[in-house]
Ligand binder design. Sequence first.
Ligand SMILES: Nc1ncnc2c1ncn2[C@@H]1O[C@H](COP(=O)(O)OP(=O)(O)OP(=O)(O)O)[C@@H](O)[C@H]1O
Ligand SMILES: [Mg+2]
Length: 292
Amino acid sequence: MTVIQDQRLLPDDEFRGGWQAIKIPDEVRERLTAQVALSIRIRSAFSFEIMPIHGLIVLAGPPGTGKTTLAGGLADRVAGALDTKAQFIAIDPHALTGAALGKSQREVSKLFDQTIPELAAQDLCFVLLDEVETLAVDRQQLSLDANPVDVHRATDAVLAGLDALTRRNSNVILIATTNYPDAVDPAFMSRADHVEVIGLPDLAARREIITDVLTTLSREWPPIRELLADVEHFASRSEGLDGRRLRKTIVSAMAASIDIAQDPAKLGREHILRAISRQTEDTTGAKPKAVA
Ligand SMILES: Nc1ncnc2c1ncn2[C@@H]1O[C@H](COP(=O)(O)OP(=O)(O)OP(=O)(O)O)[C@@H](O)[C@H]1O
Ligand SMILES: [Mg+2]
């Protein structure tokens, strides 16, 4: 398994599209962009000893709320705002957590001491640590009986690696995502310059998501456009669904019958409402353990 999952130069059209596709309040977008720009600015002006800025931003929140998509979009947005050459690298944490004793620790050290610095030799470089709870496991929650010491050491290696990388490469900005901020080692979280909790989409966001999906579908099947009149209704009924689930739900409403599946232009308001209520009933009482 390869550790580098994605590597690209910024600006990137796909990332720009992703940044726009995720419906979150404008203030969150602005805060994230400003935070990263500030981290870059401070680190270029002061030494780490004077301003301990790690260049680490954490996006935490339930599954399907757009964290991974926002990470790429944020990198693209900041590179655009600063009008500078930049690179984006995504790390697959699962590729680092091997079974062999001592392997994780060695792989993690290599990642921070060698792989990232080599790839990020110059220019601004964004590094995505997706699902970081697999990498920086909370050591306090590990029972040494049940869990290999290896996991403990891997977290130690992440922290040491992060500190060394931060001091040596002030051009690197790390963006970490997690569904389980409570399972991430507090020492990792405390190194973050900023933690942004990305919540479930609110009414306004759900309205935008549904409008987006219906508008896209109506390009292929124009009668679907009429359903836009009911967006408010769909949005108010879909509270509790994450962005990914909501998009899927609207699309899967077309599976109401074989007839509609074959001719989606026949999709009606009642099919969407039924699909939504099936999903919201499903999620009641089955809330993910992640941040609500
Ligand atoms: N707020 C939102 N607005 C619009 N679309 C959204 C939103 N949140 C999620 N989505 C949709 O869900 C898809 C998945 O998002 P993404 O993979 O970035 O979520 P995630 O938070 O990283 O999920 P996970 O925690 O499961 O990895 C996006 O491509 C998008 O289509
Ligand atoms: Mg993700």
